[in-house]
Design a binder for this molecule. Sequence first.
Ligand code: GLU
Length: 256
Amino acid sequence: MKKNRWVVKLGTGLLTRKTGEIDRKQVGLLVGQVARLMAEGIEIVLVSSGAIAAGMTAMGLEERPRATTGLQACATIGQIELMSEYQRHLRKHDLLGAQLLLTHANLDSRSCCRNAAQTLEHLLAQRRFLPIVNENDAIASEEIKVGDNDRLSAYAATLVGAGKLIILSSVDGLMTSTDGTGELVPLVKVVDDKIRALAAGTASQRNVGGMATKVLAAEIAATVGAETIIANGRAPDILPAIASGDFRGTVFRLRA
Ligand code: GLU
């Protein structure tokens, strides 16, 4: 595990505006924060959602397609839109985005995992490339896909031996009440039935997994000794705040 290596997951709700299109300003702000941390020597792998949302805008779709093929087609178009947006902002900081699209089958294959890990190592070592991972939605069918980028980001954390998995969305963290209100839970040391119950039932239309998949991701990331942080990606300078240890969010410090 490398303390200074972070996997940062950005959710669709965080990257899009209420109207559904990619929030270009938000992408720019987050890329700026990533660039700052990279300059300070933190290695970052981004896991970004938003391909389907971006595809819907580009294709002029008002409603999310229900059929798998419709979603897959949407992702093929949206993934380019999304990456173009990242690249545009990254170049301002003399950085380049590097796209990795993974499937569940890839993650099940020892050789694919080894190759992905080696590619990521190679990119990270050069300090000016930002790996950006997403599920290969174009070929991931309902039965075999990872399905949510929370878990995908946890798998990415295990691939690279990350010290931190940071899941940024539009919520502050795990709350003491199941409807997402109440007090923030600042620290979780054990995922027991109480924590699972708090996390259940928070999924909404906008986000894919809700809190349940985030808690699951924290458990997966803990297997390689990574701590997981859930925080609000719209909070100003949240990533530098996490680096300095002064932030609002839920930290999962679970035993490996
Ligand atoms: N891979 C999906 C996308 O890029 C998102 C899945 C998720 O948000 O968990 O639209």
